[in-house]
Design a protein around this ligand. Sequence first.
Ligand SMILES: Nc1ncnc2c1ncn2[C@@H]1O[C@H](COP(=O)(O)OP(=O)(O)O)[C@@H](O)[C@H]1O
Ligand SMILES: [Mg+2]
Length: 251
Amino acid sequence: MKISVCGKGGSGKSVLTSLLANQAIARGLSVLVVDSDESNSGLFKMLGFEKPPVPLMELIGGKKKLKEKMRNPNILAQNHLSIKDISSEHIVKKNGLMLVSIGKILHALEGCACPMGVLNREFLKKLRLYNNEIAFIDMEAGVEHFGRGIDEGIDKVLLVVEPSFESITVAEKIKEIASGMDKPVVAVLNKIGSEEIAHELESKLKIKDIETIGLIPNDLFVFEACFKGQSIGNKEAFDAAGKVLDNLLKE
Ligand SMILES: Nc1ncnc2c1ncn2[C@@H]1O[C@H](COP(=O)(O)OP(=O)(O)O)[C@@H](O)[C@H]1O
Ligand SMILES: [Mg+2]
């Protein structure tokens, strides 16, 4: 199963991706995390890696070369890819947890992120997983990735929704677009400070036909780990993510 983790910037996509990845590892699954956010680069730290993998973008010669190849849809030579096909410099591994990165915008005037979008789309479409493997795609913020077709190859959209008007608006938009693509959409509430907030947020989503499958509390330890660039691993948030994973795997 390939699950894309989507939502407003700052809603907690990377935090949730990290928690779910660790939960899946604890269940003996082999977990691939795909860093698809070209703007933020701290995911490897949240996952407890010492260094990030070399972005796949470099595999095909960086953005300039890819631009030339964009007219040809077969940018990755094989029709199907499995995790073992990814060469060692482009994947970091630790105890069954694996991370690949599509690419990062590092310099001024690099132009738009479209070439990375093409690579991302092709990679996710071609990626084949075995039964004991699961992939979480830590998506770029907002809805643009849908416009770029990146979500074509994924099986399920996991919305991260924090208690803010903006976050709900982005969630509604994503639901609308993803449903149009026949992709199932479920939501996880994040940064939840009280039961009242949880209920209110859940019912706002329900009105839009968005099912909530779990919540992660607003947690000072999570906040601190993010602040210090450390791995996200405290028990309360981890346990909460366990329930989310149960529901994800059940459906
Ligand atoms: N459950 C949580 N409890 C407390 N703070 C959180 C929680 N989830 C996220 N945060 C805060 O929100 C910030 C953004 O989270 P992050 O996962 O990086 O968002 P995104 O990947 O969606 O941009 C974190 O740096 C952290 O300060
Ligand atoms: Mg992020």
